[in-house]
Write a new protein. Structure first.
Lengths: 478, 400
């Protein structure tokens, strides 16, 4: 039997640097010594990701111009509506494809860090092609250089459209893009002035995209005058402003702090520690992998206050559950409804600030659904929601009809059986608790679980124990 | 005469609960005291951006008819309120409530630097943040934070629907969402959950994440039970329209008539996002709103609760003055709000109709900040100080 503290540490790493331990790979990981865990996780994410795409070239062509600007005026209202609906369907497809990737890929670290950037560079956009391109940018640079990532995101059609930079023109600057780049992507509130925003907005004039979603610099819209941004003065363009922002040590601090909150602890953030991380991040020229090395190989990463203390996001909860208990869903689209009911739909962040996370995930309604989820799944119950349709996407055409999807699946128990094959019946419940919970199991809680088990067979015992353990507040934490 | 059964019922419901609830839960099940016992606020969200100009029609305004040749409401069809203003023909019930002094209409409500994205503007209305700030809590949620700490309140705010929106989310306290009280109870009533939640008291300090989860779980179970029992005590027997909104208003009425301790009820209707072929869709939605509100008002009046109730409608924005090329209207800015109840200090039209000639790029200008409305509701109806909840002081209005 392995040492249970080592097991908890390994699981901690898997939950924070990935989507939790997969039952199928678990026995093999448990045999590996601690010093290889992190290097292996890194190595498994080393290759460039393949693009996740739901549109072939024909569809791509069709959607060029579905955005709010290019050529949209040439379409009839009916055509426009049809495109929009089609785009929405494809975006749902991309959502499910990414969920699948998170669940199955050995490159857990990359997808987890990509999910972080997906919340950091939050963008809502009707255009599937733009969204797909932005996701690819994020997944490609997830573990690379933050400067490269920032530049690529800032030049993506999804972000330029979302933050209205297409309308940012010399004669009439639109400050939205410049403001969010400073407030949410680099410096954070309080580290720039309104004058900096106005001047930076002038530098970004002319940045836009063409009908293919490619970045274009429209010279004639660009303000060539002298600007002063954060104490620097010159005839700056957008690239210059991004360079100035990256030159600020505050940018490294802002990113390091946000990463610490996401990967380590979202409630207790020791300032000294974050400043140390930020300094090395800054001095490396914004090497994201180096920052991750510093976080995941630090001994404080495994401090008691950092383990089992984070409320899983809905995506973490669901993907983690599927990794522990693999399944074939009869209706994969039910997962979209589930995301909505739990309060996190990929590609639909609540606003440009992304998902606030932590305790905001939990209210009476979402928590009860989380607790019932294992039973819903085992019983093949339906989850139904009124389609409180998203007006930004449905444009008022969605009737408030009730959506009802059955969350039925063929549950594949074999990996769990195998992982616990040599655990005696008496020890099965605590052993499963050690695997499924990141907080120590108290006797009185296990006693309640034990009371509600079906012990008529080994299969029943393991299944009911696993399901009951997942139907608890403890399972909401990692 | 209204039967004051609250004390009796509280005892009765706890007795019933004790048949299966562990002691820890019962401790939580004791309702906390809110300062406004008996008063209720009912918020109706018109999602999608309701077209205010076709809701309260400026029947004497040439600009209105010039800008909307296809979709303007004819003066002869509209329900006349004053020389200048008339209601959309679907709002017959509201016309009656206007005539009986139970309706107030506030025009030109908005905020500086309006955002035309649905979800962003709705976010701003929910959180009551300035347009350039992102707040993670809602104005009603912060009211709950202020009122329900440290002692908990039982089900102080209910959203009728699938999910708790941002408006009802505080830092520590949040509203609860339900479609039907029975459905909510079925979801929480399980021996496993009850026994399991009871172990929380021994281990989980409330300030830790696990403690927060246990607290939310016990609150959810206790609230679901409480709401279900209340909904059965004196269910409304009035006729309500057979629409989702009508059924939701009937649930609210049942809880109000049973003297539930809930202070805020939150309902939504949509989608008002009428870009295309607006008239039919708008007529249908306003008709649903009108029928539900009229039934609710009549029910509460008949049962002596109308004077304790304030209904308020809002939408994330209004629509542009001019119609578009598809027989609809596009996203605009300022809009009107309706207030209904038996205790309004001023009724009727509270201010002037929108000025259709002094526009900001084709959009109406606001003259009243929606946060002034929130401040007024908080101070004059819910009887709490508004600056801690809204983050700054606003000039109060005088209609409540």
């Amino acid at each position: 039997m392995h040492d249970s503290l080592a097991q908890r540490r390994l699981q901690h790493l898997f939950w924070r640097a990935g989507f939790g331990p997969a039952s199928s790979e678990w026995p093999a990981w448990l045999r590996r010594p601690e010093e290889v865990w992190w290097p292996m996780l890194r190595r498994l994410s080393a290759q460039d990701p393949g693009e996740l795409f739901v549109t072939d070239d024909v569809v791509r062509g069709l959607f060029m111009g579905v955005g709010e600007f290019a050529r949209v005026e040439e379409l009839t209202p009916e055509e426009r509506r049809e495109r929009r609906a089609q785009s929405r369907d494809l975006l749902q497809g991309l959502n499910l494809l990414w969920l699948e990737e998170m669940t199955l890929t050995p490159a857990q670290l990359r997808e987890k860090v990509a999910l972080f950037w997906h919340g950091h560079f939050a963008s809502r956009n009707l255009n599937i092609v733009f969204q797909q391109d932005l996701l690819h940018v994020i997944r490609t640079h997830a573990l690379g250089n933050f400067g490269d990532l920032l530049r690529a995101v800032s030049k993506s059609a999804a972000m330029l459209a979302f933050l209205n930079n297409q309308q940012n023109r010399k004669a009439k600057p639109n400050e939205n893009f410049a403001r969010e780049v400073m407030e949410l992507f680099t410096l954070g509130r309080g580290h720039y002035t309104e004058a900096d925003i106005k001047e930076a907005a002038r530098a970004f004039t002319g940045w836009g995209f063409n009908a293919k979603g490619e970045f274009v610099f429209r010279q004639n819209q660009h303000d060539r005058g002298v600007k002063t941004v954060l104490g620097h003065t010159g005839r700056f363009d957008g690239d210059d402003v991004l360079d100035i922002l990256l030159e600020q040590r505050q940018t490294a601090r802002f990113i390091a702090r946000k990463m610490y909150r996401f990967f380590v602890n979202d409630e207790r953030v020791p300032e000294e520690r974050v400043l140390g991380l930020a300094d090395r991040f800054y001095d490396s020229g914004y090497d994201i992998s180096l920052l991750l090395d510093d976080i995941f190989t630090a001994e404080w990463f495994y401090d008691t206050e950092n383990m089992g203390n984070q409320i899983k996001s809905p995506v973490m909860l669901w993907v983690g559950l599927r990794r522990a208990l693999p399944m074939t869903l009869d209706d994969p689209e039910a997962q979209l409804l589930l995301q909505r009911a739990l309060g996190q739909v990929l590609f639909h962040p609540p606003n440009v600030a992304g998902w606030p996370g932590g305790r905001t995930w939990i209210d009476a309604t979402t928590l009860m659904l989380r607790l019932r989820l294992p039973h819903i799944l085992a019983a093949g119950d339906a989850i139904d929601l009124s389609a409180a349709d998203d007006d930004d996407i449905a444009m008022g055409q969605g009737r408030a009809s009730r959506l009802r999807r059955r969350l039925t699946a063929e549950l594949h128990w074999e990996p769990l059986f195998e992982a616990f094959a040599r655990t005696p019946d008496d020890d099965l419940l605590p052993a499963l608790a050690r695997y499924l919970w990141q907080t120590p199991a108290s006797d009185d809680r296990l006693a309640v679980v034990r009371k509600h088990l079906n012990a008529t067979s080994r299969e029943q015992l393991l299944q009911t124990a696993a399901l009951q353990l997942m139907a608890t507040p403890e399972y909401q934490l990692c | 005469m209204l039967i004051r059964r609250r004390t009796f019922l509280k005892t009765a419901s706890l007795a019933a609960a004790s048949l299966w609830l562990p002691r820890f839960l019962q401790a939580h099940a004791r309702p906390g005291a809110l300062p406004v016992r008996g008063k209720a606020l009912v918020v109706v969200q018109l999602s999608g951006g309701n077209d205010g100009l076709n809701t309260v029609v400026p029947v004497r305004n040439d600009v209105y008819y010039r800008e909307r040749p296809r979709i303007a409401i004819k003066a002869a069809d509209a329900l006349r309120l004053t020389e200048e203003a008339a209601l959309h023909p679907a709002l017959k019930g509201l016309k009656g409530l206007y005539d009986s002094g139970d309706l107030a209409i506030l025009h030109n409500v908005g905020y500086p630097n309006p955002d035309r994205s649905h979800f962003r503007s709705m976010d701003i209305w929910h959180s009551a943040s300035p347009a350039h700030e992102y707040w993670h809590t809602g104005w009603i949620g912060r009211y709950l934070d202020a009122q329900c700490s440290p002692q908990p309140c039982l089900a102080p705010a209910i959203e009728l629907g699938d999910a708790v929106g941002l408006a009802l989310k505080g830092q520590q306290r949040k509203g609860i969402a339900l479609r039907e009280p029975a459905e909510l109870r079925a979801a929480t009533r399980s021996a496993y959950f009850a026994e399991y939640a009871a172990t929380g008291a021994a281990h989980a300090p409330a300030e830790t994440p696990i403690g927060y989860l246990y607290k939310t779980m016990t609150d959810a179970i206790a609230s679901a039970d409480y709401i279900f029992e209340k909904s059965q005590v004196r269910p409304s027997t009035a006729n309500y329209p057979d629409t989702p909104l009508g059924r939701q208003f009937k649930t609210v009425a049942s809880l109000l008539l049973s003297d539930a301790d809930t202070v805020v009820y939150y309902l939504s209707l949509g989608s008002f996002d009428t870009h295309i072929n607006q008239p039919a869709q708008h007529q249908r939605l306003l008709g649903q709103l009108d029928a539900a509100l009229a039934a609710f008002a009549a029910d509460l009046k008949a049962n002596g609760r109308w004077n304790d109730t304030l209904v308020m409608t809002f939408s994330e924005f209004g629509r542009r003055v001019g119609q578009n090329a598809s027989g609809g209207t596009d996203h605009g800015t300022a809009n009107q709000m309706f207030f209904l109840g038996g205790a309004l200090r001023r009724q009727g039209l509270l201010n002037t109709l929108p000025n259709l000639t002094d526009l900001d790029q084709g959009d109406l200008k606001f003259d009243t900040d929606f946060r002034q409305v929130y401040a007024t509701v908080l101070e004059r109806w819910l009887e709490v100080k508004h600056p801690p909840i809204l983050g700054q002081a606003f000039r109060l209005l005088d209609f409540i």
